[in-house]
Design a protein around this ligand. Structure first.
Ligand SMILES: NC(=O)c1ccc[n+]([C@@H]2O[C@H](COP(=O)([O-])OP(=O)(O)OC[C@H]3O[C@@H](n4cnc5c(N)ncnc54)[C@H](O)[C@@H]3O)[C@@H](O)[C@H]2O)c1
Length: 308
């Protein structure tokens, strides 16, 4: 199949492309390199089944493909808050153009949505039916409200134009190729511990997160794309850890003598985050396989090569 991956030079997109190339597909990677890098995909440059397109999805584009994995959008607060209006344009205009493309060529379209659509949740763990508690005027709104509109667009294109959609709500994902400066909790702790700097815990560290290793997530995305169930469907690892626990695990793995320092919580930081993956296991037969310890070892090894 000819498969388009928007945001394919980014963290998750590049791992997805590795898997799709290994499966023998013809892959088009589309990216504006805002947070993505050529180094993430350079191993495919000489492969005739791989094509790289530098393009910003806030402008329309015409391509002929069978499937679209729509991932283009900065995912970490540091990057999506750098230019919030651009983030909204990427989510709204970008998704609109990509749905238009899917409609024109009758391609199946998978939206990479996010657990952020649940905001700071009152229901725990979060099932897909939970409608969320999002602050529409807060600092995270450009991203989480943007993704909520992107989901709405996907469902309206499905109802009105019969576009064959899939919607994945991705929970915190980590692994090799995360950016060193993206400010997400796993990369922050690893980089600080490798740099022999104190690990920064926001708040008292009691807020919880779940962490899905990237290869598990990629299997979930491909499973959803090739399944009849359209979603929205949670993809994440239900193992729940407090941020303080995570800091201690990473400190133990890299540098047990490192200090922890505490800073104020950022605005609208969710207190809890844990996916209910009943639907993913029922409809897709999917569940994560990689333990936090294993995944962190692989991630730390990758950061060690880049940080040193
Ligand atoms: N990583 C996570 O934990 C997580 C969690 C939930 C949802 N997601 C979603 O998964 C997708 C991929 O996330 P990621 O972690 O790989 O992030 P990332 O920042 O590494 O990748 C995003 C990619 O999209 C590209 N991009 C951004 N704006 C673009 C535009 N206007 N036009 C073209 N390309 C553009 C970037 O250059 C980058 O390569 C995003 O849609 C994100 O919202 C990620």
């Amino acid at each position: 199949m000819r498969i388009l991956v928007t945001g394919g030079a980014g963290f998750i997109g590049s791992h997805l492309i590795d898997r799709l190339m290994e499966q023998g597909h013809d892959v088009l990677c589309l990216d504006n390199f805002y947070t993505g890098h050529k180094r993430n995909i350079e191993k495919w440059f000489d492969n005739p089944y791989f094509e790289l397109i530098r393009h910003d999805i806030t402008e329309p584009i015409r391509l002929e493909v069978d499937q679209v994995y729509h991932l283009a959008c900065p995912a970490s607060p540091i990057h999506y808050q750098f230019n919030p209006v651009k983030t909204i344009k990427t989510n709204v205009l970008g998704t609109l153009y990509m749905l238009g493309l899917a409609k024109r060529v009758k391609a199946r379209f998978l939206l990479a949505s996010t657990s952020e659509v649940y905001g700071d949740p009152d229901v725990h763990p979060q099932p897909e039916e939970y409608r969320g508690s999002v602050n529409c005027t807060g600092l995270r709104a450009c991203y989480d409200e943007g993704k909520r509109v992107a989901e709405t667009l996907a469902f309206e294109y499905h109802r009105e134009h019969k576009v064959d959609i899939r919607v994945a709500r991705i929970f915190n994902t980590y692994g090799p190729r995360m950016l060193k400066n993206d400010g997400r909790v796993v990369s922050n702790f690893i980089v600080q511990a490798l740099d022999k700097k104190p690990l920064t815990v926001y708040g008292d560290g009691s807020q919880t997160r779940s962490f899905c290793y990237v290869s598990d997530l990629v299997e979930g995305l491909i499973g959803l794309m090739n399944n009849d169930y359209i979603g929205p469907i949670n993809l994440g690892n239900p193992g729940e850890y407090s941020v303080l626990e995570l800091a201690k695990i990473i400190r133990e793995m890299i540098n047990p003598d490192m200090e922890l320092v505490y800073k104020a919580l950022p605005q609208d930081d969710p207190r809890k985050r844990q996916p209910d993956i009943t639907k993913a296991s029922t409809y897709l037969g999917w569940e994560p396989m990689i333990s936090l310890k294993e995944g962190l070892e692989l991630t730390i090894r990758d950061f060690q090569q880049r940080v040193s």
